[in-house]
Design a protein. Sequence first.
Length: 333
Amino acid sequence: QCFCELIPKIELHAHLNGCIRSSTFRQLLSSPTDQTRLDTLDKEFSVGDTHARMANVFEKFSLLRSCVTNLDDIRRIARETLEDFISDNVIYAELRTRPRSFHNGKIPSSSYIEAILDIMKKYEEKICSRLILSIDRTQTLEQAMETLKLAENYRTHIVGLDFSGDPNIKSFERFRPVFDLAKQINLSTTIHIGELPDKECINENNLIIDYKPTRLGHFNFRTNDQEQRVLKEQIPLELCPTSNLLTMNLLDLTEHHFDLFYKNKHPLAICTDDSGLMNCNLSSELFQVVQTFHLTKKELYEFIFQTSNLIFDKNMIEFCQKKLNIFSQQSNL
Ligand code: 5GP
Protein backbone atom coordinates (compact mmCIF):
# COMPACT_ATOMS: atom_id res chain seq x y z
CA GLN A 1 0.00 0.00 0.00
CA CYS A 2 2.97 2.25 0.57
CA PHE A 3 3.37 3.44 -3.04
CA CYS A 4 -0.33 4.34 -3.23
CA GLU A 5 0.12 6.39 -0.07
CA LEU A 6 3.27 8.15 -1.25
CA ILE A 7 2.22 9.12 -4.75
CA PRO A 8 0.66 12.61 -5.13
CA LYS A 9 -3.06 12.14 -5.70
CA ILE A 10 -6.00 13.99 -7.19
CA GLU A 11 -9.50 13.76 -5.70
CA LEU A 12 -12.36 14.72 -8.02
CA HIS A 13 -15.48 13.22 -6.42
CA ALA A 14 -15.90 13.86 -2.69
CA HIS A 15 -19.11 15.05 -1.00
CA LEU A 16 -18.00 17.39 1.77
CA ASN A 17 -20.41 16.25 4.47
CA GLY A 18 -19.87 12.62 3.49
CA CYS A 19 -16.18 13.12 4.34
CA ILE A 20 -17.02 13.76 8.00
CA ARG A 21 -14.85 11.76 10.43
CA SER A 22 -16.96 9.15 12.20
CA SER A 23 -15.79 10.52 15.58
CA THR A 24 -16.99 14.00 14.60
CA PHE A 25 -20.30 12.62 13.35
CA ARG A 26 -20.87 10.94 16.70
CA GLN A 27 -19.96 14.11 18.60
CA LEU A 28 -22.34 16.24 16.58
CA LEU A 29 -25.24 13.84 17.13
CA SER A 30 -26.56 15.08 20.41
CA SER A 31 -29.59 12.91 21.14
CA PRO A 32 -29.20 9.33 22.40
CA THR A 33 -31.99 8.24 20.01
CA ASP A 34 -29.94 9.48 17.04
CA GLN A 35 -26.81 7.76 18.40
CA THR A 36 -28.71 4.47 18.65
CA ARG A 37 -30.11 4.94 15.16
CA LEU A 38 -26.59 5.49 13.80
CA ASP A 39 -25.40 2.31 15.55
CA THR A 40 -28.20 0.34 13.90
CA LEU A 41 -27.49 1.86 10.49
CA ASP A 42 -23.78 1.05 10.90
CA LYS A 43 -24.61 -2.55 11.73
CA GLU A 44 -26.93 -2.90 8.75
CA PHE A 45 -24.61 -0.96 6.43
CA SER A 46 -23.82 -3.76 3.99
CA VAL A 47 -26.96 -5.84 4.29
CA GLY A 48 -29.50 -6.36 1.49
CA ASP A 49 -29.69 -5.44 -2.18
CA THR A 50 -28.76 -2.17 -3.92
CA HIS A 51 -32.01 -0.46 -2.91
CA ALA A 52 -31.65 -1.44 0.76
CA ARG A 53 -28.02 -0.29 0.86
CA MET A 54 -28.85 3.01 -0.81
CA ALA A 55 -31.71 3.53 1.66
CA ASN A 56 -29.27 2.92 4.53
CA VAL A 57 -26.74 5.42 3.15
CA PHE A 58 -29.41 8.05 2.53
CA GLU A 59 -30.85 7.67 6.02
CA LYS A 60 -27.35 8.33 7.32
CA PHE A 61 -27.16 11.43 5.14
CA SER A 62 -30.39 12.73 6.59
CA LEU A 63 -29.14 12.09 10.13
CA LEU A 64 -25.93 13.88 9.21
CA ARG A 65 -27.81 16.81 7.74
CA SER A 66 -29.84 17.20 10.92
CA CYS A 67 -26.77 17.43 13.15
CA VAL A 68 -24.78 19.97 11.11
CA THR A 69 -26.56 23.04 12.38
CA ASN A 70 -24.19 26.00 12.18
CA LEU A 71 -21.16 27.48 10.44
CA ASP A 72 -18.75 26.17 13.07
CA ASP A 73 -19.86 22.62 12.32
CA ILE A 74 -19.23 23.00 8.60
CA ARG A 75 -15.90 24.77 9.22
CA ARG A 76 -14.83 21.84 11.36
CA ILE A 77 -15.88 19.29 8.73
CA ALA A 78 -14.07 21.23 5.99
CA ARG A 79 -10.92 21.57 8.12
CA GLU A 80 -10.81 17.91 9.12
CA THR A 81 -11.55 16.77 5.57
CA LEU A 82 -8.65 18.80 4.18
CA GLU A 83 -6.34 17.57 6.97
CA ASP A 84 -7.26 13.97 6.14
CA PHE A 85 -6.60 14.52 2.44
CA ILE A 86 -3.27 16.21 3.21
CA SER A 87 -2.10 13.28 5.33
CA ASP A 88 -3.04 10.99 2.44
CA ASN A 89 -0.83 13.02 0.03
CA VAL A 90 -3.72 14.41 -1.96
CA ILE A 91 -2.37 17.50 -3.74
CA TYR A 92 -5.58 18.71 -5.37
CA ALA A 93 -9.19 18.13 -4.35
CA GLU A 94 -12.52 19.15 -5.81
CA LEU A 95 -15.02 18.96 -2.95
CA ARG A 96 -18.71 19.16 -3.65
CA THR A 97 -21.52 20.27 -1.40
CA ARG A 98 -25.15 21.31 -1.54
CA PRO A 99 -25.36 24.91 -0.28
CA ARG A 100 -27.53 25.36 2.78
CA SER A 101 -28.69 28.05 5.13
CA PHE A 102 -28.96 27.84 8.91
CA HIS A 103 -31.29 29.26 11.58
CA ASN A 104 -34.30 29.58 9.26
CA GLY A 105 -32.35 31.51 6.67
CA LYS A 106 -30.80 34.03 9.08
CA ILE A 107 -27.45 32.59 8.03
CA PRO A 108 -27.78 32.41 4.24
CA SER A 109 -26.23 29.83 1.95
CA SER A 110 -23.68 32.40 0.76
CA SER A 111 -22.25 32.32 4.34
CA TYR A 112 -22.10 28.52 4.19
CA ILE A 113 -20.06 28.75 0.98
CA GLU A 114 -17.82 31.53 2.29
CA ALA A 115 -17.09 29.53 5.46
CA ILE A 116 -15.89 26.59 3.36
CA LEU A 117 -13.92 28.79 0.95
CA ASP A 118 -12.17 30.50 3.89
CA ILE A 119 -10.98 27.13 5.19
CA MET A 120 -9.88 26.09 1.70
CA LYS A 121 -7.82 29.27 1.35
CA LYS A 122 -6.21 28.73 4.77
CA TYR A 123 -4.98 25.30 3.66
CA GLU A 124 -3.89 26.38 0.18
CA GLU A 125 -0.16 25.97 0.97
CA LYS A 126 -0.70 22.31 1.81
CA ILE A 127 -3.50 21.32 -0.55
CA CYS A 128 -5.15 23.08 -3.47
CA SER A 129 -8.87 22.63 -3.27
CA ARG A 130 -11.85 23.90 -5.21
CA LEU A 131 -15.58 23.72 -4.67
CA ILE A 132 -18.34 22.20 -6.80
CA LEU A 133 -21.93 23.06 -5.86
CA SER A 134 -24.44 20.23 -5.73
CA ILE A 135 -28.00 20.33 -6.90
CA ASP A 136 -30.00 17.69 -5.04
CA ARG A 137 -32.53 15.57 -6.93
CA THR A 138 -35.20 16.45 -4.36
CA GLN A 139 -34.88 20.24 -4.65
CA THR A 140 -37.13 22.68 -6.49
CA LEU A 141 -36.08 24.26 -9.76
CA GLU A 142 -35.97 27.61 -7.96
CA GLN A 143 -33.49 26.29 -5.40
CA ALA A 144 -31.37 24.86 -8.20
CA MET A 145 -31.34 28.25 -9.95
CA GLU A 146 -30.17 29.82 -6.67
CA THR A 147 -27.33 27.32 -6.58
CA LEU A 148 -26.33 28.22 -10.12
CA LYS A 149 -26.34 31.91 -9.17
CA LEU A 150 -24.14 31.19 -6.16
CA ALA A 151 -21.71 29.33 -8.40
CA GLU A 152 -21.56 32.35 -10.70
CA ASN A 153 -20.93 34.72 -7.80
CA TYR A 154 -17.93 32.78 -6.49
CA ARG A 155 -16.48 31.80 -9.84
CA THR A 156 -12.80 31.80 -8.83
CA HIS A 157 -13.12 28.96 -6.35
CA ILE A 158 -16.34 27.33 -7.47
CA VAL A 159 -15.48 25.32 -10.53
CA GLY A 160 -18.56 23.29 -11.34
CA LEU A 161 -22.09 22.09 -10.75
CA ASP A 162 -22.97 18.58 -9.55
CA PHE A 163 -26.22 16.63 -9.69
CA SER A 164 -26.67 14.15 -6.83
CA GLY A 165 -29.01 13.10 -4.02
CA ASP A 166 -31.43 10.19 -3.69
CA PRO A 167 -31.38 8.35 -7.04
CA ASN A 168 -34.91 7.04 -6.45
CA ILE A 169 -36.07 10.47 -7.54
CA LYS A 170 -35.72 10.70 -11.31
CA SER A 171 -35.58 14.42 -11.82
CA PHE A 172 -32.76 15.21 -14.25
CA GLU A 173 -35.24 16.29 -16.93
CA ARG A 174 -36.73 18.85 -14.54
CA PHE A 175 -33.30 20.38 -13.87
CA ARG A 176 -32.08 20.29 -17.45
CA PRO A 177 -32.70 24.07 -17.94
CA VAL A 178 -30.30 24.84 -15.06
CA PHE A 179 -27.65 22.59 -16.51
CA ASP A 180 -28.16 24.16 -19.95
CA LEU A 181 -27.54 27.57 -18.38
CA ALA A 182 -24.40 26.19 -16.72
CA LYS A 183 -23.11 25.21 -20.15
CA GLN A 184 -23.90 28.67 -21.50
CA ILE A 185 -21.72 30.29 -18.86
CA ASN A 186 -18.96 27.68 -19.31
CA LEU A 187 -19.41 26.15 -15.88
CA SER A 188 -18.29 22.51 -15.83
CA THR A 189 -20.82 19.87 -14.80
CA THR A 190 -20.70 16.43 -13.24
CA ILE A 191 -23.78 14.23 -13.03
CA HIS A 192 -24.42 11.11 -10.94
CA ILE A 193 -25.62 8.45 -13.35
CA GLY A 194 -26.79 4.83 -13.23
CA GLU A 195 -26.83 4.38 -9.46
CA LEU A 196 -29.78 1.97 -9.33
CA PRO A 197 -30.51 -1.12 -11.43
CA ASP A 198 -34.16 -0.21 -12.07
CA LYS A 199 -35.62 0.55 -15.48
CA GLU A 200 -36.47 4.21 -14.71
CA CYS A 201 -32.92 4.90 -13.60
CA ILE A 202 -31.44 3.24 -16.67
CA ASN A 203 -33.86 5.20 -18.88
CA GLU A 204 -32.76 8.42 -17.21
CA ASN A 205 -29.16 7.57 -18.16
CA ASN A 206 -30.08 8.39 -21.78
CA LEU A 207 -31.20 11.91 -20.87
CA ILE A 208 -28.00 12.49 -18.92
CA ILE A 209 -25.76 11.22 -21.73
CA ASP A 210 -27.75 13.33 -24.25
CA TYR A 211 -26.90 16.38 -22.15
CA LYS A 212 -23.18 15.47 -22.35
CA PRO A 213 -21.90 16.70 -18.99
CA THR A 214 -18.22 17.44 -18.49
CA ARG A 215 -17.87 14.35 -16.26
CA LEU A 216 -20.10 11.52 -15.05
CA GLY A 217 -20.16 9.92 -11.60
CA HIS A 218 -20.42 6.14 -10.97
CA PHE A 219 -22.30 4.73 -14.04
CA ASN A 220 -22.79 1.45 -12.14
CA PHE A 221 -25.89 0.30 -14.02
CA ARG A 222 -26.19 0.89 -17.76
CA THR A 223 -27.05 -0.71 -21.08
CA ASN A 224 -24.44 -1.75 -23.64
CA ASP A 225 -25.60 1.03 -25.89
CA GLN A 226 -25.12 3.63 -23.13
CA GLU A 227 -21.69 2.20 -22.40
CA GLN A 228 -20.71 2.54 -26.06
CA ARG A 229 -21.98 6.12 -26.22
CA VAL A 230 -19.96 7.17 -23.19
CA LEU A 231 -16.88 5.47 -24.63
CA LYS A 232 -17.36 7.02 -28.06
CA GLU A 233 -18.09 10.48 -26.72
CA GLN A 234 -15.17 10.19 -24.28
CA ILE A 235 -17.17 11.51 -21.31
CA PRO A 236 -14.81 11.12 -18.33
CA LEU A 237 -15.96 8.91 -15.47
CA GLU A 238 -15.45 9.34 -11.73
CA LEU A 239 -15.38 5.87 -10.15
CA CYS A 240 -15.52 5.30 -6.39
CA PRO A 241 -14.54 1.68 -5.57
CA THR A 242 -15.75 1.28 -1.95
CA SER A 243 -18.97 3.17 -2.56
CA ASN A 244 -19.64 1.40 -5.88
CA LEU A 245 -19.01 -2.05 -4.38
CA LEU A 246 -21.41 -1.29 -1.59
CA THR A 247 -24.20 -0.08 -3.82
CA MET A 248 -23.60 -2.65 -6.57
CA ASN A 249 -23.57 -5.41 -3.98
CA LEU A 250 -20.20 -6.80 -5.14
CA LEU A 251 -17.55 -8.40 -2.96
CA ASP A 252 -14.57 -7.11 -4.90
CA LEU A 253 -13.65 -5.11 -7.98
CA THR A 254 -13.24 -8.06 -10.37
CA GLU A 255 -16.64 -7.37 -11.95
CA HIS A 256 -16.43 -3.60 -11.58
CA HIS A 257 -16.58 -1.51 -14.77
CA PHE A 258 -13.15 0.03 -14.09
CA ASP A 259 -11.60 -2.80 -16.08
CA LEU A 260 -13.68 -2.24 -19.20
CA PHE A 261 -13.13 1.50 -19.30
CA TYR A 262 -9.45 1.28 -18.37
CA LYS A 263 -8.76 -1.23 -21.13
CA ASN A 264 -10.41 1.19 -23.54
CA LYS A 265 -8.10 3.98 -22.35
CA HIS A 266 -11.17 5.95 -21.28
CA PRO A 267 -10.59 9.16 -19.22
CA LEU A 268 -11.06 8.05 -15.59
CA ALA A 269 -10.68 9.27 -12.03
CA ILE A 270 -10.64 7.02 -8.96
CA CYS A 271 -12.27 8.86 -6.06
CA THR A 272 -13.57 8.37 -2.52
CA ASP A 273 -17.19 9.67 -2.72
CA ASP A 274 -17.86 9.81 1.05
CA SER A 275 -14.57 8.93 2.78
CA GLY A 276 -15.97 9.39 6.31
CA LEU A 277 -19.12 7.38 5.89
CA MET A 278 -17.37 4.75 3.75
CA ASN A 279 -14.34 4.65 6.02
CA CYS A 280 -11.82 4.86 3.19
CA ASN A 281 -9.21 7.19 1.74
CA LEU A 282 -7.87 7.78 -1.76
CA SER A 283 -4.81 5.56 -1.21
CA SER A 284 -6.98 2.65 -0.15
CA GLU A 285 -9.28 3.17 -3.14
CA LEU A 286 -6.32 3.18 -5.55
CA PHE A 287 -4.77 0.22 -3.75
CA GLN A 288 -7.88 -1.88 -4.41
CA VAL A 289 -7.64 -1.04 -8.11
CA VAL A 290 -3.90 -1.71 -8.29
CA GLN A 291 -4.28 -5.07 -6.55
CA THR A 292 -7.29 -6.30 -8.50
CA PHE A 293 -6.06 -5.25 -11.94
CA HIS A 294 -2.32 -5.70 -11.34
CA LEU A 295 -1.24 -2.18 -12.21
CA THR A 296 2.50 -1.53 -12.01
CA LYS A 297 3.85 1.55 -10.24
CA LYS A 298 4.39 3.19 -13.60
CA GLU A 299 0.86 2.39 -14.72
CA LEU A 300 -0.56 3.86 -11.52
CA TYR A 301 1.53 6.98 -12.06
CA GLU A 302 0.31 7.27 -15.65
CA PHE A 303 -3.25 6.71 -14.49
CA ILE A 304 -3.08 9.60 -12.01
CA PHE A 305 -1.36 11.74 -14.63
CA GLN A 306 -4.26 11.26 -17.08
CA THR A 307 -6.72 12.04 -14.26
CA SER A 308 -5.08 15.46 -13.91
CA ASN A 309 -6.44 16.36 -17.37
CA LEU A 310 -9.98 15.99 -16.00
CA ILE A 311 -9.63 18.73 -13.37
CA PHE A 312 -12.32 21.41 -13.73
CA ASP A 313 -9.94 24.24 -12.81
CA LYS A 314 -7.73 24.15 -15.88
CA ASN A 315 -5.19 26.43 -14.17
CA MET A 316 -4.40 23.60 -11.76
CA ILE A 317 -3.50 20.96 -14.35
CA GLU A 318 0.06 22.16 -14.82
CA PHE A 319 0.53 22.43 -11.06
CA CYS A 320 -0.51 18.79 -10.56
CA GLN A 321 1.52 17.51 -13.49
CA LYS A 322 4.64 19.28 -12.22
CA LYS A 323 4.25 17.66 -8.80
CA LEU A 324 3.74 14.27 -10.44
CA ASN A 325 6.83 14.77 -12.63
CA ILE A 326 8.97 15.57 -9.60
CA PHE A 327 7.67 12.48 -7.83
CA SER A 328 8.38 10.33 -10.87
CA GLN A 329 11.97 11.55 -11.07
CA GLN A 330 12.53 11.01 -7.37
CA SER A 331 11.08 7.51 -7.51
CA ASN A 332 12.96 6.52 -10.70
CA LEU A 333 9.77 5.50 -12.46
P1 5GP B 1 -23.16 17.54 1.20
O1 5GP B 1 -23.74 17.97 -0.12
O2 5GP B 1 -24.18 17.70 2.30
O3 5GP B 1 -21.85 18.17 1.54
O4 5GP B 1 -22.81 15.97 1.09
C1 5GP B 1 -23.70 14.94 1.39
C2 5GP B 1 -24.75 14.77 0.30
O5 5GP B 1 -24.15 14.31 -0.92
C3 5GP B 1 -25.77 13.69 0.62
O6 5GP B 1 -26.82 14.18 1.40
C4 5GP B 1 -26.23 13.22 -0.74
O7 5GP B 1 -27.28 14.03 -1.22
C5 5GP B 1 -25.03 13.45 -1.63
N1 5GP B 1 -24.32 12.17 -1.89
C6 5GP B 1 -23.26 11.68 -1.26
N2 5GP B 1 -22.89 10.48 -1.76
C7 5GP B 1 -23.74 10.23 -2.76
C8 5GP B 1 -23.87 9.14 -3.68
O8 5GP B 1 -23.12 8.16 -3.68
N3 5GP B 1 -24.89 9.23 -4.58
C9 5GP B 1 -25.73 10.31 -4.63
N4 5GP B 1 -26.68 10.29 -5.57
N5 5GP B 1 -25.64 11.34 -3.79
C10 5GP B 1 -24.65 11.30 -2.86
